[in-house]
Design a protein around this ligand. Structure first.
Ligand code: ATP
Length: 342
């Protein structure tokens, strides 16, 4: 088999540290050819743009994109996010953001819990529609409008994706996150599409939860969850809550998938650039390493993904942990421990 062609974008802060760790693990189990792209806040400072004009054209030919994190104190978050991460997600129609929440043996949570948050990743609250300074009201009178966009097709494709995923898992349960009591247009459409689509999946049990009640349920009745499907904003928030409950934001892996496979998909840890710990060699690399496992799974090597996940679990069980998990091991020590357990 030819080597897997991977575009690596370390980005900012701890992004490079955890991505290096992930690549070191990947190269142990698969033949990979890595091309690194310098996009991030430093690139912005030099070029006035987060991405080169031909970036998407160049990234397009890779089998997958492996991303670290973006965000810095020097560049506003909305510029780094829209200019890089969302430009790639939307440019490559990576409409399914899959965020598994794993509870590992040896940490505080219940290891029998195992959830996946499926987040709509192309429209909804992050559609980027709106404006400021409407009708030139000026300082002190400013008006901002941020519009959500929900399409029937966009809702349907993410829900079918979530149903298929739920169907492949032992529990076969899907929870739809809504807010149709307050958002009477978009979220009512969301609910109606869910009701229509679920008729095609009699083998999957379902329920619906208002997003505020869902936050409480994640904490108080976690055993009732399996796969969760949510809009862009709701999925973003609930998956961070989930990974914090599982032990640390540093553990959470994610995939931004273009399930149609017309474009490459992108794999990245859920956490951000963590400027407070950047450069110290203490970032937890397991979210990035787990994202590498998802990358291999997407490219047809689920067996290798499972091997990596088993090594992550064994590393945690053996007490080799970074500071965010209550340990004192470095990024390099945890990475070496994962490699030793592959
Ligand atoms: P950004 O602006 O890039 O989102 P942030 O600091 O606002 O950065 P995160 O990077 O997600 O958001 O970090 C939130 C908190 O979690 C920080 O205190 C950070 O140190 C911690 N954290 C995030 N990722 C990790 C990790 N991999 N290992 C250890 N701690 C982490």
């Amino acid at each position: 088999m030819p080597p897997l062609e991977i575009a690596a974008i370390p980005g900012d802060g701890i992004g490079g540290e955890v991505l290096d760790a992930g690549l070191r693990v990947l190269e142990q189990v698969a033949e990979i050819q890595v091309t690194t792209f310098p996009y991030g806040s430093a690139y912005y400072a030099e070029h006035g743009a987060m991405l080169a004009p031909d970036a998407l054209e160049r990234l397009r030919r890779f089998d997958a994109i492996y991303f670290g994190a973006v965000g810095s104190r020097e560049v506003p978050d909305h510029i780094t996010l829209w200019g890089l991460r969302l430009a790639i997600c939307q440019g490559f129609d990576q409409w399914a953001n899959v965020r598994p929440v794993r509870f590992y043996e040896g940490l505080d949570g219940d290891p029998s819990l195992d959830w996946v948050v499926v987040r709509e990743n192309s429209e909804g609250e992050y559609a980027g529609l709106g404006g400021r300074q409407l009708a030139a009201r000026g300082p002190g009178n400013e008006v901002a409008v941020q519009t959500s966009l929900f399409t029937e097709k966009g809702c349907e494709r993410i829900m079918r994706f979530a149903f298929e995923l739920a169907r492949s898992r032992p529990r076969r349960h899907l929870t739809s996150i809504t807010k149709s009591n307050a958002q009477q247009y978009a979220m009512v459409l969301w609910d109606e599409v869910f009701d229509r689509v679920r008729a095609d999946y009699h083998d999957v049990t379902t329920d619906k939860e208002l997003v505020d009640a869902a936050a409480a349920r994640f904490v108080l009745r976690p055993q009732t969850l399996d796969v969760v499907v949510a809009s862009n904003l709701h999925g973003d928030i609930l998956s961070d809550l989930g990974s914090a409950l599982a032990g640390s934001l540093g553990l959470a892996a994610s995939a931004n998938l273009n399930p149609d496979r017309r474009f490459p998909s992108m794999f990245e840890p859920v956490h951000g650039s963590a400027p407070d710990i950047a450069g110290q060699g203490i970032a937890n690399p397991l979210g990035a390493i787990g994202s590498g496992a998802m990358l291999l799974e997407h490219l047809g090597r689920a067996d290798l993904g499972d091997r990596i996940r088993a090594a992550i679990a064994a590393t945690i069980r053996d007490g080799i942990r970074t500071r965010d998990l209550g340990g004192s091991h470095t990024t390099a020590e945890v990475t070496a421990a994962v490699i030793a357990r592959l």
